[in-house]
Design a protein around this ligand. Structure first.
Ligand code: CDP
Ligand code: MG
Length: 730
């Protein structure tokens, strides 16, 4: 019933479809006319050299010295049939007519900017063109992506297109998952991974070409790479290394910024956009999950097949809620055709991600529920209808009130440019429709583009990372958009608090260690603290758990499920709060893992309402982190709780000293750094505890600012931590 409606924890009740009239008014948008067009998709058969077939590049690629025997074997077994079949599809892509022009442009310029509509073949084809043309003097080609899902799925696709096994010629590298080896020539990777590689290879000497993809998204890490590459190219020249070629790719029209920054030419790829009819909601739909649900079934019951539906939602939680509601209705109601529900968001495993690309069986409509990863990074064939919630989950850093500030996750309206990209996904193969769950007036009030991440994140990571590469890299760094002096100072203060830089702002040994770990500096700091307090083993588990989503399933609409989840939370709850509770779950899980069979583990997870996938992923991350720590000379052998809960929490606090709030007389909590008010999230086991002082891993902003993953701490620990960290040593 409605009494259960909980806006507060980000979950919404959804109700079955009612026979109401569609809440939409219609308007037609025709494909936009581009001003300057370089290539054209028409007449594309002229003069294309079929070099993928001519060249024996793939079979002669030398891997005889590889220690990776399995990969070497696989590498030889080129699937020529598949490759040729896919070549026919590749040749239909708009970018194929521009093949020679693109290769020439990269030959003749150190940097080029390539602009093209989503789906024109930039990401999958251009790197292959360069590989086949021999550009880059035999060195690797890197293609950066803002999102791991995209990096993984694109590498999959391109390895199929080349007829080689994933991880051999074509591979990927994302945090906690490396599918490449030294012989990999084409490497799809997150922008963050390329940043990390700078730490051990300052001039990126193993690369001949860096392709910066999705540059329009302006993620912090993409900006960091763009700013660093300029001086790397210069310095490679003086170090007598072969030149580094750079290709910046963007799906939107704002390429001038990159072209000016690098003084580089812009090349245009024309896409094949069919008209998309846009329906705006007559009034803004507050319960967008419910709105999407109704719209899905309206489309499904009235529109013919084929024609898959792509729904844009802010995040995983909404995707799962909507998915559950769709199944519920589909089970109970007679439908015209079958449906197949697919999900696409960041934390899916590679195998699950690949499912969205499989064509639906006959008489079945695919309904793809996705985050904004499907906006420009990933194109799914067969989509004819788009439903746009108009929202995206975004991380924002509040540095107001002169305090240190914390990262906050919240759901936010998208930009006009994003809304147009989303609508465009419906017109890839034929005319399509886009249903916006907001009014035209709301659309018109949206900001033209999403501001770059640099303007809404803290600079802790950026500054630490640049300084860890080298002081020279930091000094030479040029920002695409200069951050404010205030933000820079604040980052220095934070880093000083973590002991990562000294009074003069120079990086310390601690700072170098923090930068070397594939973790947020604060989380990495916890591990260092654990080393001194001899509980690295336990903190490794905790850090791995903090790096994944909560292993406790989030409730969907059914109140019975909510109750069951509460049982799970109660069963593992600690009086200290959620961090220790997470460790309780971990210990119980590992007991089953070590004593039981795979089936037992599955059964145990189901019985306890825990996500086995999430826990398995945490285990994976833990082993990689552990490996990293071992390499840094830390003793990771300490296994279980060698320390009491309070000591463990003190380690956590050292990395999160700025995420602390004190309980007020009226029961609310006030942050110590910027005096903002926070509430304890309803899923926290500290909700009823009235702890005088809390620390938390994350803030979410919904109807109020909620602290998630909360633990009670002793106020006296705070002074010790401040003193301890500011000595800047271990
Ligand atoms: O980068 P851009 O948006 O220009 O295009 P792309 O990602 O290279 O995609 C080119 C084509 O490959 C699209 O039509 C996709 O449908 C197809 N593709 C696919 O079928 N499966 C994938 N995993 C990736 C791409
Ligand atoms: Mg792309």
């Amino acid at each position: 019933g409605d009494g259960n409606k909980q806006e507060t924890n980000g979950k919404r009740e959804t109700s079955p479809v009612k026979g109401s009239a569609p809440p939409f008014a219609s308007s037609v948008s025709s494909p936009s006319k581009k001003k300057r067009i370089y290539f054209d998709a028409d007449g594309m058969d002229d003069g294309i050299r079929d070099s993928a077939r001519d060249s024996n590049h793939y079979s002669t690629h030398d891997s005889t010295n590889s220690p990776h025997k399995a990969r070497r074997k696989a590498h030889k077994k080129v699937d020529i049939e598949q490759r040729n079949r896919m070549l026919e599809i590749r040749k239909q892509l708009p970018i194929w007519t521009g093949r020679e022009a693109l290769i020439d442009a990269v030959h003749n310029n150190d940097i080029i900017v390539v602009l093209g509509e989503t789906g024109s073949g930039k990401t999958t084809q251009l790197p292959q063109f360069l590989l086949e043309s021999g550009i880059g003097s035999g060195r690797k080609i890197a293609v950066t992506q803002p999102r791991r899902v995209a990096a993984v799925s694109l590498a999959h696709r391109v390895s199929q297109e080349t007829g080689t096994q994933l991880g051999s010629l074509v591979g990927y590298s994302v945090r906690f998952d490396d599918m490449s080896w030294k012989g990999t020539r084409l490497k799809y990777m997150t922008d963050g991974m390329l940043m990390r590689e700078l730490l051990s290879d300052e001039l990126l000497s193993q690369y001949g070409v860096i392709v910066i993809d999705e540059a329009h998204e302006r993620t912090l890490r993409t900006d960091l790479i763009i700013g660093t590459l300029k001086s790397i190219m210069r310095r490679r020249h003086s170090a007598a290394l072969p030149p580094l070629k750079v290709v910046v790719m963007s799906a939107t029209l704002d390429a001038d910024k990159f072209a000016r920054f690098y003084n580089a030419p812009v090349l245009y790829v024309k896409g094949r956009q069919h008209p998309v009819r846009i329906f705006n909601a007559r009034e803004d739909i507050q319960d967008y999950v419910d709105g999407a649900l109704k719209t899905i079934f309206q489309i499904h019951q009235t529109q013919p097949l084929p024609g898959d539906i792509l729904v844009f939602l802010p995040g995983q939680e909404e995707i799962n809620t909507l998915g559950a509601s769709i199944s519920l209705i589909a089970d109970g109601a007679p439908l015209k055709h079958d449906i197949s529900i697919l999900r696409l968001y960041a934390s899916l495993s590679p195998a699950q991600q690949q499912k969205v690309f499989v064509n639906a069986p006959a008489n079945t409509r695919k309904i793809i529920l996705a985050t904004n990863v499907a906006e420009t990074s990933i194109t799914i064939a067969g989509v004819r209808h788009v439903i746009d919630s108009g929202l995206a989950r975004e991380r924002k850093y509040y540095s107001s009130h002169g305090g240190i500030g914390v990262d906050t996750l919240f759901v936010k309206p998208i930009s006009k440019s994003s809304a147009m990209q989303r609508a465009g996904r419906a017109g890839r193969e034929s005319a399509g429709t886009c249903y916006r769950l907001y009014t035209e007036r709301t659309f018109l009030s949206l900001p033209p583009t999403t501001p770059p991440e640099i303007e809404r994140t803290n600079l802790n990571f950026a500054i630490l990372q640049l300084k860890a590469v080298s002081e020279e890299t930091f000094r030479n760094f040029e920002w695409l958009d200069e951050p404010s002096e205030e933000a820079m100072q604040q980052a220095h203060m934070n880093l000083f608090g973590l002991g990562a830089v000294n009074e003069r702002g120079e990086i310390t040994e601690v700072g170098k260690k923090l930068a070397g770990m594939p973790l947020d500096p604060g989380i990495a700091r916890m591990l260092l603290a654990a080393q001194t307090r001899e509980c690295v083993g336990t903190l490794l588990s905790l850090c791995a758990l903090l790096a994944v989503d909560s292993p406790i399933y989030t409730a969907t609409s059914a109140s019975q499920e909510q109750e069951e989840q509460q049982h799970t939370r109660d069963r593992f709850a600690s009086r200290h709060g959620d961090h220790i509770s997470l460790l309780h779950i971990w210990d119980a899980y590992m007991d089953v893992v070590q004593s039981g069979s795979t089936g037992d583990v599955k059964e145990w997870c189901v019985a306890n309402k825990l996500s086995e996938r999430t826990l398995r992923r945490a285990r994976d991350i833990r082993s990689q982190l552990s490996h990293q720590c071992l390499k840094m000379g830390m003793d990771v052998s300490v296994n279980a709780h060698t320390q009491d809960d309070e000591t463990i929490l003190q380690c956590v606090l050292e990395g999160m000293f700025h995420n602390v709030a004190i309980r007020q007389g009226d029961g609310t909590y006030r942050q110590i750094v910027n005096q903002g008010l926070v509430k304890i999230h309803p899923t926290s086991c500290l909700l009823q505890r009235k702890a005088p002082c809390i620390m938390y891993s994350e803030l979410t902003l919904t109807t109020a600012t909620y602290a998630r993953t909360v633990s009670a701490i002793h106020p006296a620990w705070l002074r010790a931590v401040a003193f301890y960290n500011q000595r800047g040593s271990m």
